[in-house]
Ligand binder design. Structure first.
Ligand SMILES: Cc1cc2nc3c(=O)[nH]c(=O)nc-3n(C[C@H](O)[C@H](O)[C@H](O)COP(=O)(O)OP(=O)(O)OC[C@H]3O[C@@H](n4cnc5c(N)ncnc54)[C@H](O)[C@@H]3O)c2cc1C
Length: 401
């Protein structure tokens, strides 16, 4: 019997393993992958300092880093101008950094069962009491689903548990690491809102160290069948000398879930999802959610559902901003390229921002975003979500553009 069994050793699972093992809890983490493969999922590899700095994880260093970017430049749909943001971002070698996080968890006493698959949830007395893995049963006071977008544990939970809610919006992404003839602005993350190549989305070009870049795009279900063609169109724009690695993966881009917690269970990372639905950033939020959840552990005595509920603190603190970001995502989805170009031009110069209150769609979006943010800030402090989730549904239904 463990205190905690974690399914998945990606950013969410390995961080939670480290944060909880360092507090003296007995922790087992399983993954179908081996130690040297963890965190190997295709990704843009941009880990934002803003979130990392709020956790006890030490910064990526040495071989764990391809570089550090200072800015994000978001290009308008017709590429005629760009809006610049300051955002320090580590471009990480995911497998190197991930292995270090997991090794730190193991050094603190966590057991890592590599090459071990999750099979089934064990229920007892109306709560999750453990799992069946490919190596047998693992009993625990808390089971953590950190299995990524497939949410293996969560998908076996009773549908009436709020934590079992399925994210309605899941993007399918493709990304490649390419060698280029030359890499311009190696300290800048470039994001392109060209709606012909990235419908309802964006494509990105991130530095990857030396002459390499990380280029990719994500699309929503109606465009899944066109993903390869769109991706090829993007790659054709670049002075590519050769592909180093290419791959695809799902990315949930929905508003924050109704709950991260059920009886005997916690859901973190893409399984929740804790991804920012507008930008697609998922690593920083996974690590931060793991940290905020682990901070609650010392307060547990019976590990009842009521006690575990404190781990929903993430929704109150961070989910509020993600819920607001979801409204802006829906705004972007509701406009065509010309309208998006016009809206982005308001953010081009500080002076233009004065026009913002007179743009009816943007004004409505900002008011709706504020209402959603406030609603998540008032997230219930104990189980019982009926009133809160009914109001959430009402607020969401009232958003029209
Ligand atoms: C193309 C792409 C680009 C992205 N770019 C960025 C970016 O630049 N910056 C950013 O912050 N985020 C980015 N994201 C999002 C980010 O990659 C994810 O949010 C993050 O990896 C989520 O971490 P996780 O631990 O929840 O899940 P994962 O990283 O998916 O890890 C889940 C783990 O669970 C294991 N697992 C799954 N099923 C089982 C099972 N049945 N049994 C045992 N183990 C299992 C898997 O092997 C895996 O190791 C991107 C995503 C995509 C798809």
């Amino acid at each position: 019997m463990h205190d905690i069994v974690i399914v998945g050793a990606g950013p969410a699972g390995s961080s939670f393993a480290k944060f909880s093992a360092e507090q003296g809890f007995s922790v087992a983490v399983i993954d179908t992958l081996r130690l040297e493969q963890v965190w190997s999922k295709p990704c843009g590899n941009g880990l934002v300092e803003r979130q990392l700095s709020r956790t006890p994880l030490s910064r990526p260093r040495g071989d764990e880093l391809y570089g550090v970017a200072k800015d994000v430049h978001v290009y308008s749909p017709d590429y005629s101008f760009r809006v610049k943001f300051r955002e320090k971002t580590y471009l990480i070698n995911r497998t190197e950094f991930g292995r270090r996080v997991l090794e730190e968890a193991m050094a603190a006493g966590a057991t890592f069962l590599e090459g071990t698959g999750f099979r089934k949830v064990i229920f007892r007395d109306g709560r999750v009491a453990g799992i069946v893995s490919s190596r047998g049963e693992l009993r625990a006071r808390l089971v953590v689903d950190a299995s990524g977008s497939q949410a293996r544990v969560k998908s076996q939970l009773p549908a009436e548990w709020p934590v079992a809610e399925k994210p309605p919006h899941v993007a399918l992404c493709m990304r490649g690491i390419f060698r280029l003839d030359s890499v311009e602005e190696p300290e800048t993350l470039k994001v392109y809102t060209d709606q012909s190549l990235a419908p309802r989305s964006y494509w990105w070009n991130f530095p990857h160290g030396g002459d390499m870049v990380n280029v990719g795009v994500g699309v929503m279900p109606g465009d899944y069948a066109r993903l390869k063609e769109l991706y090829r169109g993007i790659v054709a724009r670049l002075p590519v000398r050769g592909a180093v690695q290419e791959g695809g993966a799902y990315l949930p881009v929905s508003r924050p879930p109704l709950s991260l917690v059920g009886p005997g269970v916690l859901v973190l990372g893409d399984a929740a999802p804790t991804v920012n639905p507008l930008t697609g950033e998922g690593m920083g939020p996974s690590i931060l959610a793991a940290h905020l959840a682990a901070e609650q552990l010392p307060g547990f005595d019976s590990w009842s559902h009521e006690e575990l509920w404190a781990m929903n603190e993430y929704l109150r603190r961070e989910g509020a901003d993600a819920a607001a970001a979801d409204v802006l995502k829906r705004l972007v989805w509701s406009v065509d390229a010309g309208e998006l170009q016009g809206m982005m031009s308001l953010f081009r110069r500080k002076l233009n921002l004065l026009k913002l209150p007179f743009h009816s769609k943007l004004r409505r979006a900002l008011l709706a975003a504020r209402a959603l943010r406030n609603h998540y800030r008032n997230y219930p402090t104990s189980p019982g979500l009926d009133g809160w989730s009914a109001e959430l549904r009402r607020l969401e239904a009232s958003i029209t553009f």
